[in-house]
Design a protein around this ligand. Structure first.
Ligand code: ZN
Length: 172
């Protein structure tokens, strides 16, 4: 890793830690997700999962999330849409890997780079981002250190399985 890559990793891991703290704003009980949009080293938007403005701050109905709960990425993207900023060319930091619906929004919002901390169930959203040519990095935390893994259409599936295997070995 050269000096530039080391510096980028340091920045990426700090922003990712910030999204983990930002996720604590979420009033969802099943899973709290945080996101930040960064452009030219400025945070231009933020989001966490929750109901749209004006709705009560309750995400769950019984065992399920309400269908109108917005994901953290969608909240960050729609928040920037109401501002004078543009997400075009921005980097999205998010605690968990984007789902298929959010990945579509990420592509259309012109986001060029996505950094996430852990997988959420599936990797189909990640696959879509790879196909769209967006730089997508899994900042894999192992033994207290971040290991950046850049994903491609060729490596997305095998990396996901490697992570699953690792998590299984840890839970024993
Ligand atoms: Zn989503």
């Amino acid at each position: 890793m050269d000096a530039h890559e080391k510096k980028q990793l340091l920045l990426d891991s700090r922003y990712l830690r910030m999204t983990q703290i930002w996720a604590e704003n979420s009033y969802c009980r099943r899973r709290q997700v945080g996101a930040l949009l960064v452009k030219d080293k400025m945070i231009i938007s933020d989001g966490y999962n929750g109901t749209p403005s004006g709705f009560e701050n309750v995400c769950e109905e019984g065992d399920h999330s309400k269908p109108y709960v917005l994901h953290a990425e969608a909240n960050a993207i729609t928040k920037v849409a109401r501002s004078n900023n543009s997400s075009d060319g921005a980097t999205l930091y998010v605690t968990t890997s984007p789902c298929m619906e959010c990945s579509k929004l990420i592509i259309q919002a012109g986001i060029r780079r996505v950094v996430f901390g852990e997988y959420y169930r599936m990797h189909d959203g990640v696959d879509l981002l790879c196909r769209a040519g967006i730089e997508i990095i899994h900042l894999w935390e192992r033994d207290g250190e971040y290991h950046p893994v850049t994903l491609t259409t060729e490596t997305s599936e095998s990396h996901f399985q490697e992570v699953e295997k690792y998590l299984l070995s840890q839970s024993r």
